[in-house]
Design a protein around this ligand. Structure first.
Ligand code: KIV
Ligand code: ZN
Length: 529
């Protein structure tokens, strides 16, 4: 048996004593969150953001679940050079082969095999005897290890598994060649002290424990995901699985940004380093929120709009005297520059490019030209253009993937006498116009789209938020559509709420059509492990 390589980081660079591997599962567990689907292009963009941020392992999908997931893992593995790319598999040979195929040609690819080990899951879900599960672990991990050097094995529902059985299962996986052992709190049931104890017991009692990295994976059903993950590290885990904005099944996963900042701010308590450049956190959070249409709650730790706001007079007074009175970390340390008045319509493209760089965007020549044009349009319509306006404008452009349908012109009549919309769309290069009425102006706009592009998709989410303050603020609109189990989200920003609504709906429709061409329904993912 070859000795395990250092998972998630360049071989030899990982020191178990003072490092923690950050494993991001926003694109896999996060995308399993109902309605949080991401398009192929959005996943590629997110992968670049995570790589720049210094994430060690990016779990890009579940290759057997759909062609879309397979392509995502394959393409992400092609473009990302500095992070390990993982694909999830059930303990089935076909799953593992499909994952290995998606990772072909990648130097830093990880096969992640999962099977449940709790009595409840084995009996009712797998309908397998414990001995048969042990046998499957040995065979599946051996098979994965024959295909790649970096193999993670996960014991689904580990926190509700019998300890002695779990120990045997882990030892079997290690003997078969697993290099990372993940003990998920699949249903968000454990307590910090209990989870810490699980890791400390396993690292002391499992034969071969010193040859692998133990990993946490915590769901947030009791709001303990982050606390449990940190407790796992206290107990001996050296990899944390987490997701941007805490996205994930049900109540979500432990939030990456909270874990990383807790390790950074309280290094006196947990002296373990991550490779994360924390100044990329805000950008990643905003991007994930924009492409999924999942808003970040205002008082969310680290990335909420109010996370660094000081409203009360006493606090403001303290802050003016010494920021440390009420601030345990600076907004700058998480990439939240104070929103500033940026530029007006006379600003040139050099200043615009410099501003984008400050905000963490590096656009290619064409994208920059397009974004600058849109900035000029915005500056013509809006007196003050803030950083948040620019972020919305660029994220809006990044979220637009394939564009078979484009909004050309919209005219809406609204008021006490009824509402109607006249809309012109370009569909596959052909210009089409329609006129419709509705229960309110937004309904009229969506009905007009339906007339030009008849479709069966149901509207699952329509959400508007003001990017900045003031009545001339841009409206950022998110729309989620569902058809035959496929879900697609679209978003757009504009100073005109109805134009933003039309564009967001059309964006979702474009994404839905792209999904139809590429993949099987999203529900395939939810079929269990
Ligand atoms: O929650 C869980 O158990 C999982 C596994 C696939 C790691 O997501
Ligand atoms: Zn999970």
């Amino acid at each position: 048996m070859t000795p395990p390589i250092s998972p998630g980081v360049a071989a030899g660079a990982f020191d178990k004593r003072d490092n923690v591997v950050i494993f991001d599962t926003t694109m896999r567990d996060g995308e399993q969150s109902p309605g949080a689907s991401m398009s192929h292009d959005e996943k590629l963009e997110l992968a670049k953001i995570l790589e720049e941020m210094g994430v060690d392992v990016i779990e890009a999908g579940f290759p057997i679940a759909s062609n879309g997931d397979f392509e995502a893992v394959r393409e992400v593995a092609k473009i990302v050079k500095n992070s390990t790319i993982a694909g999830l598999c059930r303990a089935h040979q076909v799953d593992i082969d499909r994952c290995a195929e998606a990772l072909k040609g990648t130097q830093r690819g990880r096969i992640h095999v999962v099977i449940a080990t709790s009595d409840l899951h084995m009996k009712h879900k797998l309908q397998m005897e414990p001995e048969a599960v042990i046998d499957v672990i040995a065979r599946s991990v051996t098979h994965a290890r024959n295909l790649r050097d970096d193999v993670e094995w996960s014991a689904e529902d580990a926190t509700r598994s019998d300890r002695q059985f779990l120990r045997r299962a882990i030892e079997t996986a290690i003997k078969a060649g697993a290099t990372t052992i993940n003990l998920p709190d699949t249903v968000g049931y454990t307590y910090p002290s209990e989870y810490a104890d699980l890791f400390s017991w396993m690292t002391q009692n499992v034969e071969g424990a010193d040859r692998v990295i133990f990993s946490t994976h915590c769901h947030n059903d009791l709001g303990l995901g982050v606390a449990n993950s940190l407790a796992g590290v206290q107990g001996g885990a050296r990899q944390i699985e987490c997701a941007i904005n805490g996205l994930g099944e049900r109540a979500g996963n432990a939030a990456l940004e909270e874990i990383v900042m807790a390790l950074k701010v309280r290094a006196d308590k947990l002296p373990y380093e991550t490779k994360i450049d924390t100044t990329h956190i805000t950008r990643a959070s905003r991007y994930v929120s924009a492409i999924t249409g999942f808003p970040v709650q205002y008082n969310k730790a680290i990335v909420g709009k109010n996370a660094f706001a000081h409203e009360s007079g006493i606090h403001q007074d303290g802050m003016l005297k010494n920021r440390e009175t009420y601030e345990i970390m600076t907004p700058e340390s998480v990439g939240q520059a104070p929103s500033s008045l940026v530029m007006g319509k006379h600003s040139g493209s050099h200043a615009f490019r410099a501003k984008l760089k400050d905000l963490g965007y590096e656009l290619g020549q064409n994208a920059l030209k397009e974004a600058f044009g849109r900035f000029k349009d915005l500056a013509d319509r809006k007196k003050h253009v803030y950083d948040d306006d620019i972020i919305a404008l660029v994220d809006d452009a990044l979220a637009r993937g394939s564009e078979r349908i484009r909004v050309q012109r919209l005219r809406v009549v609204a008021g006490t006498d009824g509402q109607s919309a006249e809309l012109t769309l370009e569909v596959d290069g052909e210009v089409k116009t329609s006129e419709a009425s509705g229960d309110g102006p937004v309904d009229a706009v969506f009905n007009a789209i339906q007339q030009i592009v008849p479709h069966d998709a149901a509207l699952r989410l329509f959400q508007v938020h003001a990017v900045t303050e003031g009545t001339d603020a841009q409206a950022q609109v998110s729309v989620r559509l569902e058809e035959d189990g496929r879900i697609a989200t679209g978003q757009a920003a504009d100073t005109d709420t109805l134009t933003a609504s039309a564009k967001a709906y059309v964006n979702a429709l474009n994404n839905l059509m792209a999904r139809k061409e590429k993949s099987r329904p999203d529900t395939a993912i939810a079929s269990g492990f």
